[in-house]
Write a protein that binds this ligand. Structure first.
Ligand code: SAH
Ligand code: F3S
Length: 463
């Protein structure tokens, strides 16, 4: 009765929170199982950013509660953003849920499960659900445990901050994740060193607005923000090859960060830079504190630092009041930036946010159509950028076998997934790959073996 399956919805932060919960549960003697069918305890780590994400988790919860009919000991827990956003109200729809745990209480999950199990084995009748959605000072420091796996994980994720203090008018995250709180720099660096010791060669620093990291806790030194100070420290870790981060805010891109891409080689040539809209009017209504021109200026400054810089972004279509002309400005901005990739979201009303009550809500078919047009536009641009890499040699960090298990995959410095033939011992190392073919999402190529022949350091025969 101790087999746990955690199903995660939403962003990388949620994935990381789930991993930390899994590690804590393992340390308590719980077994983490890969499939839902094998579990006695199902934990849904939820997302509230769009209504569809909430509905999905509610649907799954409703369905899995049927298990209780056959197995009265079955435990269902709802964790994370939707738990925080809806709390006890979830019981109206899902009266048999056992556990509702918010975003500042992930570390309490093992205790709550222990209590539930102890009560049940003592024959105490199943009472009300345990609900904990309180705030907790210092909770940002509790997401630090990593799951040990048989295969070393080349790419590790490290949480550096929780919450967000911006007030983008469409966004529920400040409600679900609370105030912006940063972890101490030395804790983050130590955690990065630990994951590297265990075999990681890339770390992704995670937070809702990572560029604001530490702004209330550390001084700027010589015009260098605490975030860039952190990047410098992580960059200095031996054996670590790459640093990624997500998500930054355009507001955080001053000269010191552009300069970091010149100075710190492990940053590579890739930035995820959420723009949301290409129209100044809509940006203002979204309460995003930059203009279209400022965004383009940031892109130019980063390409001046690294000419090959690849960008991805988040875009919302159909924000209230978005006209055809506003939308065309977004299409035009996409052409100018030439994004490698974009997450396009149809605006979703989140009750309690300022945008929910704005006039001019855009009808769903229009949102749908704009979504389609933008996807098509971005797909074309992305393919063109991928094809421009054919014939070049790219530095790739080998992550492991590809989906088919026949070849290997890794990513370029510009974050393009790349598939090629290699030897298992190359997992975790940087290799040179000549790109021979490109699709929208994947590059294909061959290892470049330096000094090919008998002296080859790779030993061609072992390939
Ligand atoms: N700072 C976080 C934001 C989390 S929300 C990050 O950048 O990862 C992730 C994305 O979801 C946002 O950038 C935005 O594009 C989208 N989003 C947020 N609220 C939304 C809403 N109400 N409707 C549609 N998309 C939304
Ligand atoms: Fe949301 Fe804006 Fe913060 S998108 S997470 S309020 S920067």
């Amino acid at each position: 009765m101790n087999r746990v399956h955690i199903k995660t919805y939403g962003c990388q932060m949620n994935e990381r929170d789930s991993e930390a919960v899994a590690a804590m549960l393992r340390a308590r003697g719980y077994r983490i199982v890969e499939t839902e069918d094998e579990c006695d305890i199902l934990l849904l780590n939820t997302c509230s950013v769009r209504d569809a994400a909430e509905q999905k988790a509610i649907g799954k919860a409703g369905y899995s509660l049927h298990k209780k009919r056959h197995n009265p000991d079955f435990v269902l827990g709802i964790l994370g953003c939707m738990a925080q956003n809806r709390g006890a109200e979830l019981l109206d729809r899902l009266p048999d849920v056992d556990l509702i745990v918010g975003t500042q209480k992930f570390h309490r999950v093992p205790d709550y499960l222990d209590n539930l199990r102890a009560a049940r084995s003592a024959g105490v009748p199943v009472g009300q659900a345990i609900i904990d959605t309180a705030e907790e000072a210092g909770s940002q420091n509790t997401i630090r445990d990593h799951v040990e796996s048989a295969e070393p994980q080349v790419c590790a994720f490290v949480s550096i901050q929780q919450g967000c203090n911006m007030d983008c008018s469409f966004c529920i995250v400040p409600t679900t994740r609370g105030d912006e709180r940063s972890r101490p720099m030395e804790d983050i660096v130590r955690e990065c060193e630990e994951v590297v010791e265990k075999g990681a060669r890339e770390v992704t620093l995670l937070g809702q607005i990572v560029t604001s990291y530490g702004r209330r806790d550390y001084p700027h030194t010589g015009n260098v923000t605490p975030f860039v100070q952190l990047l410098e420290k992580v960059n200095a870790i031996p054996k670590l090859e790459r640093i990624r981060f997500t998500s930054p805010h355009p507001r955080g891109f001053r000269e010191d960060l552009a300069d970091a891409f010149r100075r710190l080689p492990k940053l590579g040539e890739y930035v995820h830079l959420p723009v949301q809209s290409g129209s100044d009017r809509i940006l203002k209504a979204m309460r995003r504190p930059y203009s279209r021109e400022r965004y383009l200026e940031i892109v130019r400054s980063l390409r001046a630092a690294q000419p090959g810089m690849a960008f991805s972004t988040d875009i919302i279509v159909g924000f209230p009041g978005e006209t055809e002309e506003d939308f065309q400005q977004t299409v035009d901005l996409c052409r100018q930036v030439d994004f490698d990739m974009a997450y396009i979201f149809k605006y979703s009303v989140r009750s309690g946010t300022p945008a929910a009550t704005l006039e001019g809500q855009v009808p769903d078919p229009v949102r749908e159509e704009r979504n389609r047009i933008l996807l098509e536009e971005l797909g074309k641009g992305s393919l063109r950028r991928a094809q421009s890499l054919v014939g070049t040699v790219q530095e790739v960090l080998v992550e492991g076998p590809d989906k088919t298990g026949e070849r290997f995959m890794g990513r370029t410095r510009g974050n393009r997934a790349t598939v090629f033939e290699a030897a298992p011992r190359l997992v975790g190392s940087l290799v040179q790959v000549e790109i021979t073919r490109a699709s929208v999402s994947t590059l294909y190529g061959n290892l470049v073996i330096s000094g090919a022949g008998l002296q080859s350091p790779l030993g061609a025969a072992s390939l």
